[in-house]
Design a protein around this ligand. Structure first.
Ligand SMILES: Nc1ncnc2c1ncn2[C@@H]1O[C@H](COP(=O)(O)OP(=O)(O)OP(=O)(O)O)[C@@H](O)[C@H]1O
Length: 224
C-alpha cells in the first residue's frame, strides 16, 4: 500500500507539491491534471526518483527516500520518454536486461523477452536495433521491459502519448489485465474510465479525488 503523509516538494522558491496526503490501496489509480500540476513529481516520489522536501512516504512498508533500491524492486516505473529507459542497442536484449539483473539465466531472460514481444504482436521487432524503432514502438519496448519483471506495483507516466489507436488500445488492455496495482499519469481520459479511482492535481495539490467518472467530470468543467 502507498501512503503519502504531508509530502511537499520544493524547487527553489516554488512548491511543486504542497502537503499532499493520501492512501492509495486501489488497484487502478489515475493521476490527472493540467501541465505542470505536479503529476510526474507525485509518481516519481513513489519510487524514490524524487525525494520529499518535507513529509514522508510509505510504499509497502518501505521509505523510498531512505531505501530507493528496495523500493525500485517493488515499483516498476514506465517513463514518459522511452529514451530514459532503453539501454541496450537491440530490442530483445533490452527487454531481457532487467531479468538478467534479477538473476535469471540468459536463456530464461531471452525466452521471457520473446514471449513478451509475441504477446504484443511485436515478435518481428526482436532483433531490430532500438535506434531504428518508431517512437511508439520504443514506448512499447520500454513498457515490456518493465512488465516482464512483474513488479508488485506499476507506475506509468503518460504511457499512451506516442501511440496510434491500435497500440493505445493494446496498452489500455494490458493495464486493465494486470494483476498488480497500477498508478497511471495520463491526459488520455478514456484510458482511465474503468479505473477504481482518479486524483486530480492542480498547483501541486490534490483538488479532486473520486471515482473516475466524477473526477473527470469535475476536471472537464474546471478546465473549460
Ligand atoms: N527541478 C525543478 N526545478 C524547477 N521547477 C521544477 C523542477 N522540477 C519540476 N519543476 C516544476 O514543477 C512543476 C510540476 O512538474 P511535473 O513534471 O510534476 O508536472 P506534470 O503535472 O507532470 O506536467 P505535464 O503534464 O506537463 O507532464 C512544473 O511547473 C515544473 O516546471
Amino acid at each position: 500500500m502507498i501512503r503519502f503523509d504531508e509530502v511537499s516538494v520544493t524547487r527553489g522558491e516554488r512548491r511543486v507539491l504542497a502537503e499532499v496526503s493520501c492512501v492509495l490501496p486501489e488497484r487502478r489509480i489515475a493521476i490527472l491534471g493540467p501541465n505542470g500540476s505536479g503529476k510526474s513529481t507525485f509518481v516519481r516520489l513513489i519510487n524514490g526518483l524524487v525525494v520529499p522536501s518535507a513529509g514522508r512516504l510509505d510504499v509497502d512498508g518501505l521509505d523510498p527516500a531512505a531505501d530507493p533500491k528496495a523500493v525500485r524492486r517493488r515499483v516498476g516505473f514506465v517513463f514518459q520518454n522511452p529514451d530514459n529507459q532503453i539501454v541496450f542497442p537491440i530490442v530483445e536484449e533490452d527487454i531481457a536486461f532487467g531479468l538478467r539483473n534479477l538473476g535469471r539465466s540468459r536463456m530464461e531472460a531471452a525466452e521471457a523477452s520473446r514471449a513478451a514481444l509475441d504477446g504484443f504482436g511485436l515478435g518481428h521487432l526482436a532483433a531490430q536495433p532500438v535506434a531504428t524503432l518508431s517512437g511508439g514502438e520504443k514506448q512499447l519496448v520500454a513498457l515490456l521491459g518493465v512488465l516482464v519483471m512483474q513488479p508488485a506495483i506499476l507506475v506509468f507516466d503518460e504511457p499512451t502519448t506516442l501511440l496510434d489507436l491500435r497500440n493505445r488500445n493494446r496498452i489500455a488492455a494490458a493495464i486493465g489485465g494486470l494483476d498488480q496495482q497500477a498508478i497511471v499519469v495520463t491526459h488520455d481520459l478514456d484510458l482511465v474510465a474503468g479505473f477504481d479511482r482518479a486524483l486530480v492535481l492542480d498547483g501541486g495539490r490534490i483538488v479532486a479525488d473520486d471515482e473516475p467518472g466524477a473526477a473527470i467530470a469535475w476536471y472537464r468543467e474546471r478546465m473549460a
